[in-house]
Design a protein. Structure first.
Ligand code: CU
Length: 116
């Protein structure tokens, strides 16, 4: 009886521990949806804290725009954006500053503002 109680408490403690770690990781992750249409990227400016993971979810609304490719030169990211599909680009900026991104031809521009 006593042993099963100990096993049970260890199990509960383990589950709570995993939950706490999951919440902590989640707190340091920011997910932002970025729409790409003929007016460019919206939002076109995204703020993130240095050291935090940033998931950028690009979605190209229609083919009536030149945003067929997303380019983030600093991270050597170059991805195609099929119409209506979520394309996730994950980066973890380490230092404060501005990171620019653009469409393939550099007509649409946006920036990631990294703060301390
Ligand atoms: Cu373009």
């Amino acid at each position: 009886m006593k042993r099963s109680l100990i096993v049970l408490s260890l199990l509960v403690a383990g589950v709570i521990g995993v939950a706490i770690v999951a919440v902590a990781v989640e707190a340091h992750t920011r997910t932002v949806k970025v729409r790409v249409d003929k007016s460019g990227f919206s939002p076109s400016s995204i703020e993130v804290e240095a050291g935090h993971k940033l998931n950028l979810v690009f979605n190209r609304a229609d083919a009536d725009n030149c945003g067929g490719t997303i380019v983030i030169p600093k991270y050597k990211v170059r991805r195609n954006l099929p119409v209506g599909k979520d394309i996730v680009v994950t980066i973890t900026p380490r230092t404060a500053g501005e990171i620019s991104f653009a469409c393939g031809m550099g007509m649409y521009k946006g920036s990631i503002v990294v703060v301390d």
